[in-house]
Design a protein around this ligand. Structure first.
Ligand SMILES: *[C@@H]1O[C@H](CO)[C@@H](O)[C@H](O)[C@H]1NC(C)=O
Ligand SMILES: *[C@@H]1O[C@H](CO)[C@@H](O)[C@H](O)[C@H]1NC(C)=O
Ligand SMILES: *[C@@H]1O[C@H](CO)[C@@H](O)[C@H](O)[C@H]1NC(C)=O
Ligand SMILES: *[C@@H]1O[C@H](CO)[C@@H](O)[C@H](O)[C@H]1NC(C)=O
Ligand SMILES: *[C@@H]1O[C@H](CO)[C@@H](O)[C@H](O)[C@H]1NC(C)=O
Length: 560
């Protein structure tokens, strides 16, 4: 039995060394703690500010305004605002854009709808794995060739796995090309079955009846759960589900269960007044369009200051660090090897953001776009950071801003995390009554690792090499990585970490299987206790399987 286990472990280590060159554990540090006075962070933010200013100085952006904020789970760390030089003389909007200026946030609204559904799931009022026709009985019944509603769950809807088309009323070519015959299209001849609302009728808001009628004649793009594709309809339907379950209008539910309790007082489905509004030239008309039954998919107005409040809420309630729900996980693949859908997150694992390491940096984002407005919220939960970028005007500005903000920010955050790791954990820990010593060191690449380990007079790194042959060869190191759990969860003391052999990277990754890595915080026991568990207490470390507590040596005399 024991031999089988060791053999399995040995195989795992062997496999991870021969195939994957990407097996550095992540996160390698506890959540960084930021202050506005950290030089590393200040330098990065100054650099970001300069780049942002130089981008927006381009004449292309004379009619464009933006609001950007960066927040940790505790406080807003930085913000930058810009007012368009050139606006509609007849409808100027906010005189000076700031954190309280209102934008249409479009599809970012989908995260609020999903959060509402999650709340109702947690409360036991609905089940994510129920089919949508359980709650919308209008969809029940035989529908040969059309959408198989009985196989589409609320989870598939929220994860972009429903196979539903993207749009109904807003998705018609007639919206932008009323003179369609000039394009080689036949004259329109379907007005009886088109909804009589939104783009088909002076942007009159569509009703629930319009939506239900329209979706009954839709054709699926994929079978349910087969393959992801972006659907706005899915979220309009989730909004109706919330209305059914809570017996409250969707907008009222979101306001009373999310916006109010979190304190997002400037986020609303009701058009804010012009004095606080960002109104892009030529497109200010869209600011007042009522999205009606599509509100759950894109109807909210918000401000960067409110969205920072929202991101702080997500970072403290849904980051997976607490027992219970973790909202920040993938649900399906998307196009590209680094992109995924969550529920309803658009996830990107940036492969080469950190120059020193091959670790990808994971962003959970949700973007939105409507005429005149483009927006994104992006969370980097391992760094405890959230970014909001709201743009009114030329949409090409947003990806540029996101790039110049996110890259230097995460690089600085990574450095801060490293400095804190070095400050708090490195040093020599010794026993009082036994020749036992643990020396932890830090480098930016290895992070926190075991430099020297004596256990009762024996070189314990040599012992580990005996137990796990090869695991510490060829430049591999024994890294100490957090599990982000505590012995005492309530008081958040007794940090549980694990010591893990990490193979050295071998130059550039270019072979076919180089990116193939599976996570395994290996767990082998000695005498029934986890051999590699390391628990940090205030100025002490406890080695669970060795049944010993080592005290941190104070001062500098330890270093010989
Ligand atoms: C909402 O915006 C107003 C200005 O329009 C501002 O005075 C107020 O502080 C904002 N509320 C929050 C919670 O930010
Ligand atoms: C227009 O639609 C009607 C009803 O579906 C049909 O009877 C008629 O032939 C169509 N006309 C053209 C020109 O396609
Ligand atoms: C606004 O509309 C005018 C007239 O149609 C056009 O010349 C101009 O390029 C438009 N400006 C923007 C920023 O779209
Ligand atoms: C330390 O080592 C000695 C001799 O090898 C052994 O007898 C003793 O049990 C060990 N003590 C502990 C606490 O590991
Ligand atoms: C403790 O053990 C190490 C490794 O065996 C040995 O080199 C060292 O001399 C010992 N120290 C004492 C004080 O016995």
């Amino acid at each position: 039995m024991q031999l089988d286990l060791l053999y399995a472990l040995w195989c795992f280590l062997f496999v991870s060394q021969t195939l994957g060159a990407c097996s550095q554990p992540s996160p390698a540090f506890p959540l960084p703690v930021y202050s506005k006075h950290q030089p590393t962070l200040l330098d990065a933010l100054q650099k970001i500010q300069n780049e942002v200013e130089s981008i927006v100085a381009d004449k292309t952006y004379d009619t464009t305004a933006f609001s950007i904020e960066v927040t940790s789970s505790k406080q807003t760390l930085w913000s930058s605002f810009h007012t368009a030089k050139d606006r509609d003389a007849s409808r100027l909007g906010a005189e000076e854009v700031n954190g309280d200026s209102a934008y249409r946030i479009a599809s970012v609204t989908k995260t609020f709808t999903t959060l509402g559904v999650l709340q109702q799931h947690t409360a036991g009022h609905l089940n994510l794995d129920d089919s949508v026709d359980t709650y919308l009985s209008e969809l029940k019944g035989p529908q040969s060739g059309s959408i198989p509603w009985k196989d589409i769950t609320l989870r598939s809807l929220a994860s972009q796995l429903s196979g539903l088309p993207q749009d109904w009323a807003p998705g018609d070519v007639l919206r932008n090309f009323p003179d369609s015959t000039k394009l080689g299209l036949p004259p329109p001849n379907n007005s009886a079955s088109r909804p009589h609302c939104y783009i088909y009728d002076e942007y009159k808001p569509c009703s629930e009846a319009d939506l239900i009628m329209a979706v009954r004649s839709l054709k699926p793009i994929f079978a349910p759960d087969a393959k992801s594709t972006y659907s706005n309809i899915a979220f309009a339907l989730l909004g109706l589900v919330l209305t059914t379950v809570t017996r409250m209008p969707y907008e009222e539910y979101i306001a009373s269960s999310i916006l109010g309790p979190i304190g997002m007082s400037n986020t609303t489905f009701i058009t804010p007044s012009d004095y606080a509004a960002v109104l892009p030239k030529n497109e200010s008309w869209y600011f007042s369009v009522d999205e009606g039954v599509d509100n759950p998919t894109g109807g909210l107005y918000s401000t960067s200051s409110d969205l920072s409040i929202y991101l702080r809420y997500i970072l403290t309630h849904y980051n997976g660090l607490h027992t219970g729900s973790n909202w920040l996980q993938p649900a399906s693949f998307s196009t590209g090897s680094s992109s995924y859908y969550g529920m309803p997150w658009e996830i990107y694992r940036a492969p080469n953001l950190l120059p020193l390491r091959s670790l990808p940096v994971t962003f959970f984002t949700k973007g939105g776009r409507l005429p005149g407005y483009v927006s994104i919220i992006a969370l980097a939960p391992e760094y405890d950071l959230g970014i909001t970028v709201l743009v009114g005007g030329n949409p090409t500005l947003l990806p540029k801003l996101l790039k110049v903000v996110s890259a230097p920010l995460i690089e600085a955050a990574d450095e801060v995390a490293g400095l804190e790791l070095n400050d708090r954990y490195t040093g020599t820990y010794i026993a009082t009554d036994l020749n036992s010593t643990l020396t932890l060191a830090y480098t930016p690449n290895k992070r926190l690792y075991v430099e020297r380990w004596i256990s009762n007079g024996t070189d314990f790194l040599a012992t580990l090499s005996q137990i796990f042959p090869g695991a510490l060869d060829d430049g591999a190191w024994l890294q100490v990585v957090p599990t982000l759990l505590y012995v005492d969860e309530e008081r958040q003391i007794g940090e549980r970490w694990r010591a893990l052999p990490v193979p050295a990277e071998r130059g550039e990754r270019k072979e076919v299987w180089d990116d193939f890595c599976v996570t395994n915080m290996y767990d082998v026991a000695y005498d029934g206790r986890p051999l590699n568990e390391v628990v940090f207490w205030e100025e002490a470390v406890e080695l669970t399987a060795l049944r010993i507590r080592l005290e941190k040596v104070k001062g500098v005399e330890e270093r010989e």
